[in-house]
Ligand binder design. Structure first.
Ligand SMILES: [Zn+2]
Length: 117
């Protein structure tokens, strides 16, 4: 698994086709995936419901983001409780496109059985 291809959301088999239809910057359609690789034709959904497992990866991302936001908030400002809540919920919502896409990309790389050994 190469970090560059994971970061760019490329096909685990040929490293050329895009897993997602649009770049992450197109925020209104960040979740649309290609069903197959445009270059090598491999399917990006190895079995029905394959991506349910990526919820656990997304959960880990969200916890990591919350810790990354919470620690500086606590050390630097130590604000009232409602500020923690609002800030953590805000960052969680803002990170949805990142968490969604990279949890699926990593899950496909780890468990899709598509990578060349
Ligand atoms: Zn491919």
């Amino acid at each position: 698994m190469k970090a560059k291809e994971v970061w760019q959301g490329k096909c685990p088999r040929c490293s050329e086709g895009d897993i997602f239809v649009h770049p992450i910057s197109k925020i209104s359609r960040f979740s649309e995936m290609n069903s197959h690789c445009a270059k090598c034709g491999v399917t990006f959904e190895p079995e029905p419901g394959f991506y349910y497992g990526s919820l656990f990866v997304s959960y880990a991302f969200t916890i990591a983001i919350m810790v990354i936001v919470w620690v500086p908030l606590y050390v630097i400002l130590n604000p009232p409780d409602w500020v923690y809540g609002a800030t953590l919920v805000g960052f969680s919502i803002l990170s949805i496109p990142f968490s969604f896409r990279y949890s699926r990309i990593l899950f496909l790389y780890w468990f899709g059985g598509l990578t060349n050994k």
